[in-house]
Design a protein. Structure first.
Length: 62
């Protein structure tokens, strides 16, 4: 049971990173660290809701 829970948490955290990757990539070299942190902080609520967004994308394309 712990292994399944750990796998779910790992997949969730990787999904959050995947959702935030475009923001980080766009600002990594071109903006100061404070601007990068502000952009990540601003995008965090949407990134944390990635399972809902993935579900909606699957339903709309299906």
């Amino acid at each position: 049971m712990r292994a399944i829970l750990a796998l779910i948490v790992i997949v969730y955290v990787v999904g959050v990173g995947f959702e935030l990757a475009p923001t980080v990539q766009a600002k990594w070299n071109s903006a100061p660290a404070s601007d990068l942190a502000a952009s990540v902080w601003q995008g965090l609520p949407g990134a944390l809701a990635w399972p809902v967004n993935a579900y909606h994308r699957a339903i709309n394309h299906g």
